[in-house]
Design a protein around this ligand. Structure first.
Ligand code: SPQ
Length: 434
């Protein structure tokens, strides 16, 4: 076994019952540190996600001279203004976080100093050309392994010019990298996507007073306008809630209330997909917090059926596919997932990883395609031994599959769970009825 691996054995449960709160949204937590650092004045962040990925972002800004304090409840960011970042003394370590490295590459391209971004062995395999190429068109000077396509990325900051970029993929990371570069560019920076990806950057740019237009599938940023510090409360992460939503749906007798979850329409694809499969999911007390829609989510056990999933809903549910695949593995009939090639370039190849995991626990027939997969549902999974492939979402998806299995399940390593969901196993323990 490798050092620091954390194996676990999970026993089946009868149902999930009770009320839970999931930690703050990972995407919004990243962006709150970034914009808080670039703003003038003091930003406070409540319900910040204290996950490894967000600590990577926090560490990077601290290394560039931004005072960031954490009193255990509120994060206080003493913004240094658009032009107040300092050259970091060392390489910036983004750990496992694609969001950190890609968004930072946009931001750092517009600074007046040199910086290097790197990450763990998984991040160093993930494609960076998607940000390096358009940033280079804006005038950025970025060198990296593989001809500038892989981290480490070395960035010589300088002056940038706005571009009109048609992104070939729906990616919030590409869009946000260009938006951050756009804050420093002359003229307008326009990004258009084939379908809309999560719009947390757009919402937060507006919240901090940036000069931007939000159009249907495009965003336009005009640089130079100073940002104003804000008090932010981060909603619960729907991507974290998704594991418990699926677990409650597939275990007879379950009824679970998940309080305070972000239900931004660019993130609720998982709810739409599961409802189309027959899920009982009800949004209660819908409200708005810090420019983001929030609700409580009531989930009851439901008999699910296989469906076809593809098109615009895919980017709206991209991180929830491992959990959706678990739901599909016990649904009646066949589920077909298309247009989801992006799953192949996440923390791991999530199509291959979840297919391997589900096969190992006795799923029905699974066919892997280039851009998705087909899953034949079975009555019940069997349990067994599986691998997480170093991916937090694979580890948590297989953990919920374990609850609904006939026999116990061994997972080789659940240490990656702290990337996005510290406390996951405590909550699981609290609501699982055995
Ligand atoms: O940050 P990272 O490692 O890329 O995290 C993931 C995840 O599962 O937590 C993807 F692996 O979420 C991305 C998401 O898939 C977070 C994100 C964001 O905050 O902007 C956008 C999505 O990625 P992309 O590539 O579609 O832009």
């Amino acid at each position: 076994m490798q050092e620091n691996m954390q194996p676990i054995t999970i026993k089946p449960a009868m149902s999930l019952r009770g009320e839970i709160v999931v930690p703050g949204d990972k995407s919004i937590s990243h962006r709150s540190i970034m914009l808080g650092s670039l703003a003038n004045g003091t930003t406070t962040i409540g319900n910040f996600l204290r996950g490894e990925d967000n600590f990577s972002t926090m560490g990077a800004f601290r290394s560039m001279g931004v005072p960031i304090e954490d009193d255990g409840r509120i994060i206080t960011v003493r913004g240094v203004g658009l032009h107040g970042l300092e050259e970091p003394e060392d390489v910036l370590d983004c750990g496992n976080s694609g969001t950190t490295i890609r968004l930072m590459s946009g931001l750092l391209s517009g600074q007046s100093f040199f910086s290097v971004l790197t990450g763990d062995k998984y991040l160093r395999k993930r494609p960076m050309k998607r940000v390096v190429e358009p940033l280079t068109k804006m005038g950025a000077r970025i060198a990296g392994r593989g001809g500038g396509t892989l981290a480490p990325l070395a960035i010589t900051g300088g002056s940038l010019s706005g571009i009109d970029y048609n992104s070939p993929i729906a990616s919030a990371q590409v869009k946000s990298a260009l938006m951050l570069a756009g804050l420093y560019a002359s003229g307008e920076t326009r990004v258009t996507e084939p379908s809309i990806s999560r719009d947390h950057s757009e919402r937060m740019f507006r919240f901090f007073g940036a000069d931007l237009d939000i159009l249907e599938k495009s965003v336009v940023v005009r640089g130079g306008k100073e940002l104003k510090a804000q008090d932010i409360v981060v909603p619960g992460d729907i991507s974290s809630a998704a594991f418990f939503i699926v677990a409650a749906l597939i275990m007879p007798g379950s009824e679970l209330l998940i309080k305070n979850v972000g239900v931004n329409p660019t993130r609720t694809g998982v709810i739409d997909i599961l409802q189309a499969m027959g899920a009982s999911i009800i949004l209660q007390d819908e409200r708005e917090v810090s420019g983001e829609p929030v609700a409580d989510i009531l989930v009851r056990h439901s008999r699910l059926k296989g469906i076809e999933i593809g098109g615009d809903v895919v980017p709206r549910a991209i991180d929830e596919f491992p959990a959706i695949c678990v739901a599909a593995s016990v649904a009646e009939g066949r589920t077909v997932i298309k247009d989801a090639r992006e799953l192949r370039v996440k923390e791991t190849d999530r199509i291959a990883a979840i297919a391997a995991g589900l096969r190992a626990v006795g799923s029905g027939d699974i066919a892997e395609n280039d851009d998705g997969m087909e899953i034949e549902g079975v009555e019940q999974l069997k349990g067994g031994t599986v691998e997480s492939f170093g991916d937090h979402r694979i580890a948590m998806s297989l953990s919920i599959a374990a609850l609904a299995s006939r026999a116990e399940l061994h997972i080789d390593d659940v240490s990656p769970v702290t990337t996005s969901f510290p406390g996951f196993f405590d909550i699981l323990q609290k609501v699982a009825v055995r």
